[in-house]
Design a protein around this ligand. Structure first.
Ligand code: ADP
Length: 254
């Protein structure tokens, strides 16, 4: 059953060098994401991935088309949608004086929820840091804490925008394990990433975006079979990075 349905979604922004003209940052995309799926959106910088997520999260107005999450129309009922989604933002600013435990309790209160902050910290493997301040966490710990914050309302759908950018390999693996655990517990996860191994490891399906459009969507294995240049007798020689480069032609621009 699809939990996220997107039809012909568009977002226009003014052109940077001529503000009286606009361009489609998201140009009529349609998606159907299954409940319980880990779904990845890949694409070069500027492809429209973040804008797509922000529209689904109710953080950016939708210019055209429709999006529903668990049957709730994102455009008409943004607050109802916010109750069932968790959003991990790329850069989080927290109150410096509060500990992780206090911050989670505060975020729970904002949702009018009594939360078990210890349980949440345990989930993201930060129980031993309960009394620490966010400023004193490592990069990987900060990312895991921002996921804990996104979990305070026990969301059905979790959005992760480049969750492992800048993390060392161990911290990255820890975060992958967390994503897999959450997914095993039934959570639908939508993520963007520039890390092809991450997409290939975590995602059941991948959409590749370029210039505001989805140019391919399938399981990692099918994408590789269809698009990665491979020697004739080794059909799975290529990987998702080959698919990405074949389809978008201009590689990663971080
Ligand atoms: P991605 O996440 O794939 O890197 P974005 O969704 O951030 O891409 O951006 C898509 C396009 O929209 C880019 O050309 C970007 O410069 C433009 N854009 C994003 N946000 C805004 C904004 N608030 N105002 C004007 N243009 C924007």
């Amino acid at each position: 059953m699809a939990i996220i349905e997107v039809e012909n979604l568009t977002k226009k922004y003014p052109l940077p060098d001529n503000k009286s003209e606009s361009f489609f940052a998201v140009d009529g995309i349609s998606l159907s994401i299954e409940a319980g799926e880990i779904y990845g959106i890949l694409g070069p910088n500027g492809a429209g991935k973040t804008t797509t997520l922000e529209m689904l999260e109710g953080l950016t107005d939708i210019d055209g088309g429709t999006a529903t999450i668990d049957g709730i129309d994102v455009n008409n009922e943004p607050y109802k949608v916010k109750e069932i989604i968790g959003v991990q933002l790329q850069a989080n600013e927290y109150f410096d004086s509060l500990s992780l435990l206090e911050l989670l309790t505060l975020f729970g209160a904002l949702y009018s929820r009594e939360i078990d902050a210890d349980d949440l910290l345990g989930k993201v493997n930060l129980l031993d840091k309960a009394k620490a301040k966010p400023a004193n966490l490592s990069g990987g710990q900060k990312q895991r804490f921002s996921i804990a914050c996104a979990l305070v309302n026990n969301p059905k759908v979790l959005f992760l925008d480049e969750p492992t950018t800048g993390l060392d390999p161990q911290a990255k693996r820890n975060l992958w394990d967390l994503v897999i655990d959450l997914n095993n517990a039934g959570m639908t996860i939508v993520l963007t990433t520039h890390n092809m191994e991450e997409a290939e490891t975590l995602c059941q399906r991948i959409a590749i975006m370029d210039h505001g459009k989805i140019i391919a969507e399938d399981t990692p294995q099918n994408l590789i079979l269809q698009h990665a240049a491979e020697p004739p007798k080794a059909p799975l020689h290529g990987n998702i990075e080959d698919v990405f480069l074949t389809l978008t032609g201009h590689g990663l621009r971080d």
